[in-house]
Design a protein. Structure first.
Lengths: 113, 113
């Protein structure tokens, strides 16, 4: 996972909108039809469709069509690269704190002797 | 943490750009001057300054000025809301899988009897 991974940019971009996050939370509980997803948002259907296509492009949802009904389902493993990136940042930061700890300990020992 | 938290939108937006993610990784290792951050990106200073202001607005970095030198440092705890949101989604999804498990077990028991 590098910082220049384009998928990671699409992923974080998809998560940067409150309506899209609300849709994901809704879909985490159960798959849903596009019209059912649109209803609680109070947004017009074309706007919701645009949000859904951003989520689909980021790999976060999959859609299927039966007759005239389109159903959306979450792809939960698609969130993993975001989690991995955050974990990597935390590891980098903790390694820095450890180095700082070592340095302070060394200074204290030098002062004692 | 609700999906409509504006800070969470700023945070994910800040993370949606590869240059900004690279700057954060760089700062996780050690604080740095703006000119030092700009150099590896190959971008012009005003462009880098715009990226830094997006990061600062999201609370991910803090800057300080001494004379004519501006230094940037990461604010690591600022990443926590993103991690919390991802954890919440995973919990929702796992609860759904558990319910599905229970349902399948119930069906199998009914078939046995």
């Amino acid at each position: 996972m590098t910082n220049h991974d384009p998928d990671l940019s699409l992923l974080f971009h998809a998560l940067s909108d409150p309506t899209r996050r609300a849709i994901l939370s809704r879909l985490a509980a159960t798959p849903a039809r596009v019209t059912d997803l649109a209803e609680p948002t109070g947004l017009r259907l074309p706007t919701v469709m645009r949000h859904l296509s951003v989520l689909e492009e980021a790999g976060l949802i999959a859609t299927s069509k039966q007759g005239r009904t389109r159903t959306c389902a979450i792809v939960p493993e698609a969130l993993e690269p975001a989690r991995t990136w955050l974990d990597e940042q935390r590891a980098l930061w903790e390694a820095r704190l450890d180095r700082l700890d070592d340095y302070v300990m060394k200074l204290m020992k030098e002062r004692e002797t």
